[in-house]
Ligand binder design. Structure first.
Ligand SMILES: *[C@@H]1O[C@H](CO)[C@@H](O)[C@H](O)[C@H]1NC(C)=O
Ligand SMILES: *[C@@H]1O[C@H](CO)[C@@H](O)[C@H](O)[C@H]1NC(C)=O
Ligand SMILES: *[C@@H]1O[C@H](CO)[C@@H](O)[C@H](O)[C@H]1NC(C)=O
Length: 401
């Protein structure tokens, strides 16, 4: 790939000396930059060498935001110096001081000529200024017409920016995913997918496959239907925090995938893998874990769904938690532990010797647990008081009649 600056007449550079200097500086930047595109096609064709440079220098990408505020503080109020006004994004802008860019470039120009912004090897600091100008120009978020043409400039935006966008075009999603590949853009990709799905967009199989190359921070944004089409491998890379905001129907599907993916493992190895997905497990799945001596930690126990946990007996829970059983005391006031305790006989709870309270009082003949829950206004930590009162009232009414 030839450097574009060698092919392209630089109209505004008059002297040969200036020309060579320009060439040198631009070549230098070209190597430094992680962004590499061909100017003429705008397609972002990369040579392997430039890709390598981009990875080696990836640490630089996290820094510019620290430099920016100071640069802006100094320059904010300055006007564009005469002779520097610009109506076109061209190579000359690469030689502007940061304050000059701040003063001479505006969001409308950048929007109109985003393709040119991507084609010229601006420094990170310069790109940060462009980003700042666009954010200023679109405080409510970029319009979709700009998003469609963002291309490599997408690497400048934050998840916070993306959450302001409307994205309705699958083509736009695909092009931005392509740009993001291999560039630590997982959070941005998750935000992009979220915005697209919120707007009613549908992901096709090819896009779901592309998504597999990103860290799956987007999982909980996908519908159960879409999750079904996600590649099985996704469960190998998903971290517990990636599943935090998933709802039960999503967890059911992820759990099934995980169970299949980890089926060859056994005992503690299997448990370590399946742990983040247990929010999708059934009572029977949990019962199958009981004889495995996995010593489930209380944090995982808390992620189990209430209706799945309730049918477990004291003996089963005791075996499931192993030495972690003592932690039940800490959680006795919180759902779902509270709800489970509420279903147990206090006698049996006492036999655990953990001082758990809230079970069914000794000597009670409980015919209908729902009756008890209804009386106490749900599973709160109420003693037998309200139940007793109600029964006494009933008896009294019967006697008086
Ligand atoms: C997104 O769409 C909503 C509803 O059509 C609109 O009110 C909002 O201004 C749009 N936001 C952007 C950044 O285009
Ligand atoms: C897992 O088990 C299946 C058969 O049940 C087998 O075909 C596969 O090779 C095993 N995979 C590993 C990683 O052991
Ligand atoms: C679990 O522990 C019990 C006793 O501590 C032992 O008899 C049993 O074999 C263990 N089961 C597994 C699957 O390790």
């Amino acid at each position: 790939m030839a450097l574009w600056s060698a092919q392209r007449p630089l109209e505004s550079c008059r002297t040969p000396a200036h020309d060579s200097l320009l060439f040198l500086l631009l070549s230098f930047k070209w190597v430094l930059l992680s962004r590499a595109q061909t100017a003429d096609t705008g397609q972002g064709v990369m040579t392997p060498r430039l890709q390598r440079t981009s990875q080696d220098l990836s640490w630089q990408r996290s820094e510019p935001s620290i430099i920016l505020p100071r640069a802006l503080q100094v320059t904010e109020k300055k006007a564009c110096p005469s002779g520097k006004e610009t109506h076109v994004v061209d190579e000359n802008l690469a030689f502007y001081e940061e304050w000059e860019l701040e003063a001479c470039v505006d969001g409308a120009l950048l929007t109109e000529q985003m393709d040119r912004v991507n084609a010229i090897p601006f420094t990170y600091q310069q790109l940060d200024i462009f980003k700042h100008k666009l954010d200023e120009f679109y405080p409510q978020g970029y319009p979709e017409s700009l998003i469609q043409h963002l291309n490599y400039f997408f690497l400048e935006v934050t998840p916070h920016d993306i959450h302001k966008w409307n994205v309705t075009s699958l083509e736009t999603v695909k092009s931005l995913l392509k740009v993001s590949k291999g560039r630590k853009m997982d959070a941005q990709v998750a935000a992009l997918i979220a915005r697209y799905l919120v707007g009613g967009g549908q992901l096709d199989k090819a896009t779901l496959d592309t998504l597999a190359s990103f860290h799956p921070t987007y999982l909980c944004f996908l519908s159960p239907e879409q999750l079904r089409s996600v590649q099985q491998d996704v469960v190998w890379t998903a971290r517990p925090q990636d599943l935090d905001s998933c709802h039960p129907p999503q967890m059911n599907i992820l759990y099934s995938k995980a169970r299949i993916a980890f089926q060859n493992m056994s005992g503690s190895e299997y448990f370590a893998r399946i742990k983040p997905f247990l929010g999708g497990a059934s009572t029977e799945d949990l019962r199958a874990l009981v004889p495995q001596n996995i010593s489930m930690d209380i944090a995982t126990f808390k992620t189990l769904r209430k209706e799945v946990l309730l049918p477990l007996t004291i003996a089963e829970v005791q075996k499931l938690l192993g030495p972690n059983l003592v932690e039940l005391k800490v959680e006795e006031g919180n759902s779902p532990v509270r709800d489970w305790i509420f279903r147990q006989r206090q006698d049996d709870l006492d036999s655990l010797g953990l001082g758990l309270h809230g079970g069914i009082p000794n000597g009670y003949l409980v015919l209908d647990l729902n009756f008890r829950e209804a009386l106490s206004g749900g599973p709160h930590l109420l003693g037998p008081g309200p139940v007793l009162t109600a029964i006494l009232t009933l008896l009294l009414a019967l006697i008086l009649n």
